[in-house]
Design a protein. Structure first.
Length: 405
C-alpha cells in the first residue's frame, strides 16, 4: 500500500470513536475527513462487545470516508489503542563499530535491535520503540550518531509493548469492520504528536489525555520519552457523581455535563437558574439547579485531577520532569470550561489546552483537543509509511515532519 493513498486514523476511545482521514499533498498532510460517533463495545481500551464495537467503527469510518470522498481500502489504517494491557519500560543497547569507519544506519539498526532484546511480560509484543539518546564511546546525549567516528555505540530507548491477545481482539474487530493490517500506536504518544511541535519535545511537556474511562500520560524532556502510562480513571467519575447527586441515568448525567458543565465560577450563576432535561428512554423529566450542578462538577473534577496527580507522583513524574514543565490537556474532559484552571491549581504546573497543529484541515472542528490522538495518528502513520526500515532516529523523524508540515 502506498503512502500517497492516505492515512485513516482511528482513535478507539470508550466514549467516542474518532476517525480522521489524512492525505499527503505535495509533502504536506491535509485532513480531509473526520467523524466522531459514540463508542459502543469498548471500555478501558478493551473490546467488551465485538458486534457493538464493529458497528461503531464502521459508522465512524463510513462517515469519514464519505466526507473525504475516499475509499477505506485505499487508506493506510492506524489505530490508537490504550488500556492496562499496554506496558512500557526503559531499555538499552550496545554494539561495537568497525574501527576507522563512521557510524552507519546499519549500526543504528543493530543497536536498536539490541535494545529490543529485553525480557517482556508474558505474551507481550513490542509495538513502539523511542530512541531517547545515543552515546558514542564516552560522549553521551547524541540524538543522531550517523556519520560520527567511534568504536562503541550505545542507545537508551523507551519500549512500549502490548498483550498479544488484546491486540488480536482489536485486530479482529477492525478486520470485521473492513480495516485490515493496522499500525498500532499508544494513544498518549499519538496525542503528543498531535499537539506538540519540535520545540515542545525539546523543552519538555507532559501530555494528559483525559478520556471517558482512562487517562493517558506521556512525559517528554530533551526529545526523550521519560514516562508513558495509562490510569483507569476518566470523565466517567464526573458523570457518576452527577448521576448520583440528581438521581438520574448516566446517559442523562453525561448530557448535562457536556452541555451545561463548568468547573468553578459557580458563584456567578444565578441562584434561581434551572435546567430542564428529559430522559426519553425512561420518560422522566428533571429540573436541575444549575449552580448545584456546577458545584458537583467542580468537586468531581477536583477529585479526578487529585487522583491523577497522586498517581503521577507515585510514578516519579515530579522527580524526572523539570520544575515548570507545562501540561498539555487533551481529551473530552479538557473541553469543560474551567478545567484548565482547576488543573493548574492541583498539579501546580502551567496547563494549556492542547489543540492539533502541524496539519491543514478541511474544518476547524478537527482542531480541537478531542481530535488530538486522531491527528497524531495521521502524522505518525504518514512518517511510518515514508521512512525506510530501520526506524529513523528522533531527529530524522522531525526533519521529515518539518518537511511535511
Amino acid at each position: 500500500m502506498k503512502a500517497q493513498e492516505g492515512i485513516l486514523g482511528l482513535d478507539l476511545g470508550s466514549g467516542f470513536i474518532r476517525c480522521v482521514a489524512g492525505e499527503l499533498r505535495e509533502g504536506r498532510v491535509f485532513i480531509n475527513g473526520a467523524a466522531q460517533v459514540p463508542s459502543r463495545g469498548i471500555r478501558g481500551g478493551v473490546i467488551v462487545n465485538m458486534d457493538k464495537a464493529i458497528a461503531s467503527i464502521k459508522a465512524a469510518v463510513a462517515e469519514t470516508c464519505r466526507m473525504a470522498d475516499l475509499k477505506p481500502e485505499n487508506l493506510i489504517p492506524a489505530a490508537g489503542i490504550t488500556g492496562r494491557q499496554i506496558y512500557s519500560k526503559g531499555s538499552s543497547g550496545l554494539v561495537t563499530v568497525k574501527k576507522g569507519k563512521p557510524i552507519t544506519q546499519d549500526d543504528v539498526k543493530r543497536v536498536l535491535e539490541q535494545a529490543k532484546s529485553i525480557s517482556l511480560p508474558a505474551n507481550h509484543e513490542i509495538i513502539y520503540v523511542h530512541p531517547n539518546q545515543y552515546a558514542v564511546d564516552s560522549t553521551r546525549g547524541i540524538k543522531n550518531p550517523v556519520g560520527l567516528a567511534g568504536v562503541r555505540l550505545e542507545l537508551e530507548a523507551y519500549i512500549v509493548t502490548a498483550d498479544r491477545v488484546f491486540l488480536e481482539n482489536i485486530t479482529t474487530c477492525l478486520s470485521n469492520a473492513g480495516i485490515r493490517d493496522p499500525l498500532f500506536f499508544f494513544q498518549p504518544i499519538a496525542g503528543s504528536y498531535g499537539v506538540m511541535d519540535e520545540e515542545d519535545f525539546e523543552e519538555g511537556a507532559i501530555l494528559l489525555d483525559v478520556g471517558r474511562t482512562t487517562t493517558g500520560v506521556a512525559v517528554w524532556q530533551d526529545e526523550m520519552l521519560l514516562i508513558v502510562d495509562v490510569m483507569e480513571w476518566g470523565g466517567d467519575h464526573i458523570t457518576d457523581l452527577v448521576a448520583r447527586e440528581f438521581l438520574m441515568s448516566p446517559a442523562t448525567a453525561a448530557h448535562l455535563k457536556e452541555k451545561y458543565g463548568v468547573v468553578g465560577n459557580y458563584y456567578t450563576i444565578d441562584e434561581a437558574e434551572a435546567i430542564t432535561v428529559r430522559d426519553s428512554k425512561r420518560g422522566v423529566e428533571y429540573t436541575v439547579d444549575r449552580k448545584r450542578l456546577a458545584m458537583v462538577i467542580e468537586q468531581a473534577v477536583g477529585e479526578l485531577f487529585t487522583r491523577i496527580r497522586a498517581e503521577l507522583e507515585r510514578a516519579g513524574l515530579y522527580r524526572v520532569a523539570r520544575s515548570g514543565t507545562p501540561i498539555l490537556l487533551v481529551g473530552g474532559t479538557s473541553a469543560l470550561p474551567g478545567a484548565r484552571e482547576m488543573a493548574e491549581e492541583i498539579f501546580n504546573l502551567p496547563v494549556t489546552i492542547g489543540e492539533p497543529r502541524g496539519v491543514e484541515s478541511f474544518s476547524q472542528d478537527v482542531i480541537t483537543p478531542g481530535f488530538a490522538v486522531g491527528v497524531g495518528l495521521v502524522k505518525m502513520a504518514s512518517q511510518s509509511a515514508l521512512k525506510p526500515k530501520p526506524r529513523l532516529t528522533f531527529k530524522q523523524f522531525w526533519e521529515n515532519l518539518k518537511d511535511m508540515f
